[in-house]
Design a protein around this ligand. Structure first.
Ligand SMILES: Cc1ncc(COP(=O)(O)O)c(C=O)c1O
Length: 379
């Protein structure tokens, strides 16, 4: 049996999405910027896709710009805020994805902004009182805090952060890569300035995503050239990808209730089984509280925390991960686990579930984990 429990890294393409992309790939080769019929046909795909996404998020099409994925959209929001919206201080956290953390660190390093990190609570959640304190002490602020943490699954109280940002007149960017199309956003009700999506995290194609930018902010292109994307992102659009992105998003919203119930069921089953069968395994982050239903991060006991751990899962047909960039099986690779500062002598093992996973697969992984404990030196 082969088990893929690395859906936070990427997800398999939904066959319905492929079916939507194939005719466009095969037949509709025009350049959407061309004014002849070939181009106009493709332009219609582009704008229909934008409309679909805008409608699902309850925003206007002009507030959606297609990008190459989450990283580019995060960069566009952060760099654009500093270059064009007068931001001089960024408030962020040490557990952001590198798409955000490396971007804000570079801007701070080059003297473009002051960077302030908000404190974290022992379970890895953002310390909201400290955030408020930082907001009250700084002006011209961009708050950049991720909605769902890709390694430990913690969910930000995004409504509260939005409200604080409004109260203190700060811009708010949330890296929503792990929550987009997994939770139903309504950006009329939830007031933020920037949010992002990456199709490959919700059974769409890789290399395509979007930035949502609230119309009250006038942003400028980060990539310059032609006038594509309403002059906000130059370069001929990835039409097949964009069609796939919109289709994946449509399917995700259509099936959201069923899908989230199914995936939550798998995660909860795994948590309960682990508590019963392997009580020495701990959970990183707030696994049983405010947490993504797709992500479960296990802290393996020290006697099993060796550099072979992840490799052995892989050898036994189980695809999991040690975090976003950690492949060593030791926790030194995860800036998120280090940032939270708990279970540091325990190897983190992230299991992330998707709609195509089954309970049989969870049982298979649990049975494999039982063999690890049987063979452990002093378990
Ligand atoms: C939270 C988060 N932000 C940003 C990204 C980057 O997205 P992409 O791979 O589409 O550039 C990822 C993907 O790993 C992510 O999990």
């Amino acid at each position: 049996m082969k088990v893929y429990f690395d859906n936070a890294a990427t997800t398999p393409l939904d066959p319905e999405v492929l079916d939507a992309m194939l005719p466009v790939m095969r037949d509709d080769f025009g350049n959407p910027s061309s004014t002849h019929a070939f181009g106009r046909k493709v332009k219609a795909h582009l704008e229909n896709s934008r409309r679909t996404i805008a409608k699902l998020l309850n925003v206007t099409p002009a507030e959606i710009t297609f990008t190459s994925g989450g990283t580019e959209a995060d960069n566009m929001a952060i760099r654009g805020s500093v270059a064009h919206l007068g931001v001089t201080t960024i408030i962020s956290s040490v557990i952001e994805h590198h798409a955000v953390s490396h971007t804000v660190e570079e801007l701070a390093h080059n003297g473009r902004v002051k960077l302030r990190h908000v404190d974290l609570l022992p379970d890895g959640h953002v310390h909201l009182q400290h955030l408020e304190q930082l907001l009250s002490q700084n002006t011209n602020v961009l708050v950049s805090l991720m909605h769902g943490n890709n390694e430990v699954g913690n969910l930000l109280d995004i409504e509260k952060v939005s409200q604080l940002c409004r109260q203190y007149n700060a811009l708010f960017h949330s890296d929503t890569v792990q929550t987009m199309a997994h939770y139903a956003f309504d950006f009329q009700a939830l007031d933020l300035d920037f949010a992002v999506g990456a199709a490959h995290k919700f059974n769409g194609p890789k290399g395509v995503g979007f930035l949502y930018h609230n119309k009250r902010n006038k942003i400028h292109p980060m990539i310059t050239g032609g006038s594509q994307e309403r002059e906000l992102r130059a370069g001929t659009e990835n039409i097949y990808g964009i069609v796939g992105l919109a289709k994946a998003m449509e399917i995700a919203y259509r099936d959201m209730e069923k899908k989230s119930a199914h995936i939550s069921g798998l995660k909860n089953y795994m948590i309960n089984q682990i508590k019963q069968r392997f009580p020495s395994i701990k959970f990183n982050g707030d696994a049983e509280g405010r947490s993504l239903y797709t992500v479960l991060n296990l802290a393996f006991p020290p006697e099993l925390s060796n550099e072979m751990l992840l490799f052995n899962f892989d050898l036994n047909g189980i695809a999991i991960s040690g975090g976003s960039a950690c492949t060593s099986g030791s926790n030194t690779g995860s800036h998120v686990i280090r940032g939270i500062g708990k279970h540091l002598d325990h190897a983190p093992v992230r299991m992330s579930f998707g709609k195509m996973n089954t309970k049989e697969e969870v049982d298979f992984v649990l049975d494999y984990m039982a063999t690890l404990f049987q063979n452990a030196p002093s378990a």
